[in-house]
Structure formats: structure tokens, C-alpha cells
Design a protein around this ligand. Sequence first.
Ligand SMILES: *[C@@H]1O[C@H](CO)[C@@H](O)[C@H](O)[C@H]1NC(C)=O
Ligand SMILES: *[C@@H]1O[C@H](CO)[C@@H](O)[C@H](O)[C@H]1NC(C)=O
Ligand SMILES: *[C@@H]1O[C@H](CO)[C@@H](O)[C@H](O)[C@H]1NC(C)=O
Length: 206
Amino acid sequence: MVQLSISVCLLVGLLGLFLLAPVQMAQTPASMCTPLKTLNDSLSHRRRYMRHNFPIKYTIRVHHNEVFKLSNISRLRLQVEGLDELVLQRLWFQVNQGVLKKIIRVMSERHPSRAYTAELERRFKDAEGVFVQSHPAEVFQQELPEMIQDTWDNLTEEPDRVPESRWRYVSPKSLLDNFCHTMHCLFSECFASTEAQQDCEYHKGL
Ligand SMILES: *[C@@H]1O[C@H](CO)[C@@H](O)[C@H](O)[C@H]1NC(C)=O
Ligand SMILES: *[C@@H]1O[C@H](CO)[C@@H](O)[C@H](O)[C@H]1NC(C)=O
Ligand SMILES: *[C@@H]1O[C@H](CO)[C@@H](O)[C@H](O)[C@H]1NC(C)=O
């Protein structure tokens, strides 16, 4: 009898593991990796297009919540209990959509980096499309943890109503650096090599 209940427990335990495993481990569906790697290819030219074609010390005005770095990820992981990676990934898409829009807005049609940035945005949207398709719709209707919801609301605030103290002036290159490093960190399954590890592990201790 005891034997039997032990085996039953084991079986239930194993079943539980199998049921939980996909939720906890497969944060990034494999289908995401192709568009993200394409995006990564574009980002590898960011120095050339985001530094050389802009005046020295050129900055763009962004909302302080659009400064989304590895340190933010570490901080949010510490502050928000049980924070789901998927929520951070959603936030990453939300933030960087705004960032790309702001970079494009400062460039004239004939700016030498315009085509590059437009392509980057297209590739970003492709990745977002795959992201949305590869998760059940309910996931995107789930209530967000309060702090994330706060950030979200701040990001979508009417720009006219944002007081000066909440804007930051950041170079386009460093906006794309943040974009790239946080991507490697949040979608580490697609960037398994050194880059993701370095980007993420290093900041885990913060
Ligand atoms: C991402 O881009 C970097 C160059 O910025 C490159 O070294 C790396 O191999 C790329 N990673 C993947 C997985 O494509
Ligand atoms: C990231 O941290 C900075 C402070 O270092 C803050 O101003 C910004 O709002 C944070 N971004 C997000 C998305 O939480
Ligand atoms: C959002 O903006 C409010 C001010 O309107 C600020 O008090 C709050 O700290 C911001 N939230 C985050 C997460 O940055």
C-alpha cells in the first residue's frame, strides 16, 4: 500500500513537472528566433547608422520609461514578485516601438540613416507579429503587475501632458544599444551564445 502511494505520488509529481515544464522553460517559442536574429543582423550596423550620420553629442528626447536597460530588467525582477518573462518581453516590445518611432521622427526623408531605421522598424514589427501569434490571445489580456502597468500607462501618456522632468535626452546609438542588449537578455534562448549570457548574467547581481 505504502509502495503504491509512493509510486502514485511520483507519477503525479512527474506529470506535474511535464505540465509545468513548457510554461516555465519555453519562454521564447522557437519561431521567434528567426525574426529576432534578422533584427539582430540589422542592429549589428547600429554604430555606423546611429553614430556616424548624426552630429556629435546629438540626443533625442524620450520618456524616462523609454530608457530601458539591463539594469531595469534586474530591478524589475527583484521588485516584482513572480514576474513572468513574458510580461518583460511585452514591455520590451512596447518600449522599443516608441523608441523606434522617436528615432524616425527626427530624421528627414533624405537622412542617410532613414532607410536603415525604417528597415529596422519593419523587422521589429515582423518579430512582434510572430510574438503575438505564438502565444494564446488570453496572455495579452492578462492583468499586468502594478508596477509594469504603471510603466505602460506612463509610456502611452499624451506627450503634451508629460512634464519636462520626465523626459530624458539620449543619443540614438545608446537607445539602440539598450534595445539590442535587452533583446539578448529577454530572448536568451535565441541568443544562447556568449552575447546573451554576458548581457544578462552580468547584471543579475545588481
Ligand atoms: C547578433 O549580432 C552580433 C553582432 O552584433 C553577432 O556577433 C551575433 O553572432 C548575432 N547573434 C545571432 C544569434 O545571430
Ligand atoms: C529604467 O530605469 C531608469 C532609472 O535608471 C528609469 O528612469 C526608467 O524609467 C526605467 N525604465 C523602465 C521601463 O522602467
Ligand atoms: C509613472 O508616472 C508617475 C507620475 O505620473 C510616477 O509617479 C511613477 O513613478 C511612474 N511609474 C513608473 C513605473 O515609472
